[in-house]
Design a protein around this ligand. Structure first.
Ligand code: PHE
Ligand code: ZN
Ligand code: ZN
Ligand code: ZN
Length: 284
């Protein structure tokens, strides 16, 4: 799998910040900055050769949008799916939450195209609307998916906040093999991980999991406080939140740890390649 340079991911974050600046300071569901964000991501994917579709839904009295991108080819009966929510809260531009996951997944998708990767399995990527209203977009997507399509999804990987400024390296623990896949990746790079507890049921993996789909993911921390032991393992500041700007107006491009952003984005690529490449280490 390719290395994903933090600079490439940050270039998308700069674009999302500009979009927020030009649209009242946020990229929230029902606001113009949300649709502009979606149009940005879609244009990059279309130019790279993805088959994209925009799914509309209504919630909170406004139209919401999901974006789904399929990489042509691969076994359609075995789908590896990575996704992230693209909406912010209305208080700010939502650069760590969740420009970071959205940009990381986007850059991994673009790296698939750039490297001419021909996976054994089918690759799909998703950007969800209205997560901040209660995972409305991802719930809508899963609910409308016929059961025959659900069972073709080998794994759904979720990325919600991967560049926290005082970062931790948390791995979702719901599925043992997807947990190990990420843990092994970090261990090989001498980075300590912990199983995520802050995120339990609080992001777009939840609807997939409830539908019986195996889920995994990464998280760099929100408003929980970094302990002294965590600061010894990961650096940063003990006694301070992983992201002190969580859901605030200061969640801007300044609110990102470049190293966490690049490392986690490269871990996404590692997981996508490994899960889709076939062989005995991949799940059924
Ligand atoms: N889903 C939360 C949000 O968007 C963020 C979060 C992600 C919190 C993962 C905990 C774990 O606000
Ligand atoms: Zn399969
Ligand atoms: Zn949030
Ligand atoms: Zn979030």
């Amino acid at each position: 799998a390719p290395e994903i340079p933090a600079a490439n991911v940050k270039a998308h974050l700069d674009q999302l910040q500009s979009i927020a600046n030009a649209n009242g300071g946020n990229r929230a569901h029902g606001r113009s900055g949300y649709k502009a964000s979606l149009d940005y991501v879609k244009s990059k994917l279309d130019a790279a050769g993805y088959t994209t579709s925009v799914q509309q839904f209504t919630t909170g009295g406004a139209t919401g949008y999901n974006l789904v991108a399929d990489w042509p080819g691969g076994d359609p009966n075995h789908v590896v799916f990575a996704g992230s929510h693209l909406d912010s809260v209305s208080a700010g531009p939502g650069i760590n939450d969740n420009g970071s996951g959205s940009a990381g997944v986007l850059e991994v998708a673009l790296s698939v195209a750039k490297s001419g990767y021909k996976p054994d399995k089918h690759l799909r990527f998703g950007w969800w609307g209205a997560e901040e209203l209660g995972m409305r977009g991802s719930s809508y997507y899963v609910n409308q998916l016929p059961s025959g399509e659900r069972s073709k999804i080998d794994a759904y990987l979720n990325f919600d906040m991967i560049g926290s400024p005082n970062p931790g390296y948390f791995v979702y623990g719901y599925d043992a093999s997807l947990k190990s896949l990420f843990e092994d990746w970090f261990t090989a790079r001498n980075i300590a991980t912990e199983v995520d507890t802050e995120g339990d049921g609080r992001s777009d993996h939840a609807p997939f999991q409830q539908a019986g789909i195996r889920v995994g993911g990464l998280f760099s921390g929100a408003d929980y406080i970094k302990t002294a032991e965590q600061a010894r393992n990961w650096g940063g500041t003990a006694g301070r939140a992983f992201d002190a700007c969580y859901h605030r107006s200061c969640d801007t491009t300044s609110n990102i740890d470049d190293k966490a952003l690049g490392t986690n984005s490269t871990a996404i690529a590692g997981a996508v390649w490994k899960l889709s490449g076939g062989g005995s280490t991949t799940p059924p």
